[in-house]
Design a protein around this ligand. Structure first.
Ligand SMILES: Cc1ncc(COP(=O)(O)O)c(C=O)c1O
Length: 409
């Protein structure tokens, strides 16, 4: 990178001042429009990452801008000591759009899962036997970085150095029907599962697995909690990914990321069985239900929960997947391409394993921003609103990047 640029100087300052827990790409993004973003030097990139499944409606969606501006000029914050209209309306709309009866608002995915975990324990303390306090989660899953949610995340690399971890979590092999039946027993109060593992490598649940978990939970009276923080809000072509499993009704669902399309918001949705568990004083969050975030999330929900939009997501996902398959037929870089809608993952072929960081750099240099998942998976999560021109441009950049990648390997 040119060391005389504003970007370079800013990056140096960032590297000196931030805690060193991240390693961002060496660009400073300044603005965005639709599915495109620009860095400080004016270089354009197609955004195939959407800020990790967050910018659901892309950048500067005019309806989101209008909703935010209208709320900016009215009221920013009240705390939960008072009612505000955006939070009330959003809660009612989420209830209307899902199995849920009640909603708890917070600010992030980890916080939404933390509330789900606390709710499960409180449910157990009211309704289940004293030994029934364990929460079953799945190997390769990801649920957040707070101490409880990172413990729910059954991946040792996230635990290292943070011990002692909270008690009461049990890990089970993902998509293993028999193992789940054994793990969900007289000690289980809840199961927490992603319908498609995101951070773990875009690994969908096998057909019938969520239903199987439902049956196992019902057998012992445990709650079925789905983490739709990455897979929800239309990402897979249904409003919530668990809806692909017909007739499935979870007890709890956590949302965040795409719900605010860039404004921080999380939500824990609770079905009838546990709707009264978070009783007065039992849990809270100062910023939860913030009117700015809720005003924006209402627009996101309205625009995503529309049959045309969901169809668009399915169609664009198919286009992207076919393009990946065509590139792979020629270049042989991937061993599997998986996922649903606009939540796609391509696992590097054995010959390229350990090279994912280099592939991400090639993509950036060719003008497309992509993500990693697991250890060797290229993850694509474009804005749900991406149009065909933007999609084709991103595909073209990706194609160029893969060619550079294989040539340099
Ligand atoms: C499935 C899932 N759950 C929880 C989280 C944590 O969300 P946050 O980073 O907003 O705390 C993530 C974030 O990647 C996620 O993908």
């Amino acid at each position: 990178m040119d060391t005389n640029t504003l970007s370079h100087n800013l990056i140096m300052t960032g590297q000196a001042c931030f805690t060193p827990n991240y390693q961002p790409q060496g660009i400073v993004l300044e603005r965005g429009l639709g599915a495109q973003v620009w860095d400080l030097e004016g270089r354009a990139y197609i955004d195939f990452g959407a800020g990790i499944a967050v910018s659901a409606l892309g950048h500067q969606d005019p309806d989101l801008v209008a909703a935010l501006q209208a709320q900016l000029n009215k009221l920013w914050h009240t705390s939960n000591l008072y009612y505000t209209e955006p939070a009330i309306r959003l809660a009612a709309e989420l209830v209307q759009a899902s199995f849920a009866e009640r909603v708890f608002f917070c600010n992030s995915g980890a916080e939404a899962n933390e509330a789900a975990i606390k709710l499960a324990r409180r449910y157990a303390s009211q309704y289940l036997a004293p030994q029934q306090r364990q929460i079953v989660t799945f190997v390769g899953g990801f649920h957040g970085r707070t101490l409880a949610t990172v413990t729910a995340t059954a991946q040792p690399k996230y635990h290292s150095g943070f011990e002692p971890l909270p008690d009461g979590f049990r890990y089970c092999e993902f998509n293993d029907f028999a193992a789940a039946e054994r793990a969900i027993d007289g000690q289980t109060c809840a199961v927490l599962v992603e319908p498609i593992q995101g951070e773990g490598g875009i690994i969908p649940t096998q057909p019938g697995f969520l239903q199987h978990l439902r049956v196992c939970c019902d057998r012992v009276g445990a709650l079925l909690m789905v983490d739709e923080i990455q897979s929800g809000m239309g990402r897979t072509g249904r409003l919530f990914a668990h809806e692909w499993e017909s007739g499935l009704t979870p007890d709890v669902m956590s949302l965040a990321k795409g719900l605010g399309s860039g404004l921080p918001i999380g939500a824990t949705l609770v079905g009838p069985k546990a709707a009264e568990i978070l009783a007065l004083g039992s849990h809270g969050s100062t910023f939860g239900g913030n009117p700015l975030a809720c005003a924006v999330a209402r627009v996101v929900l309205r625009k995503v929960n529309d049959p045309h939009m969901l169809q668009h997501i399915g169609y664009q996902g198919q286009q992207l997947r076919q393009a990946l398959e065509a590139m792979n037929a020629e270049l042989g870089v991937f061993q599997t391409i998986r996922g649903q809608g606009l939540m796609l993952g391509a696992q590097l072929a054995e010959a390229y394993q350990g090279q994912i960081a280099r592939l991400l750099n090639c993509c950036r240099d060719q003008g497309v921003l992509v993500l990693q998942a697991g250890t060797d998976v290229l993850r694509l999560l474009p804005p749900l609103t991406i149009n065909s021109t933007e999609l084709q441009q991103g595909i073209h950049c990706l194609d160029q990047a893969l060619r550079v990648f294989v040539t340099e390997c």
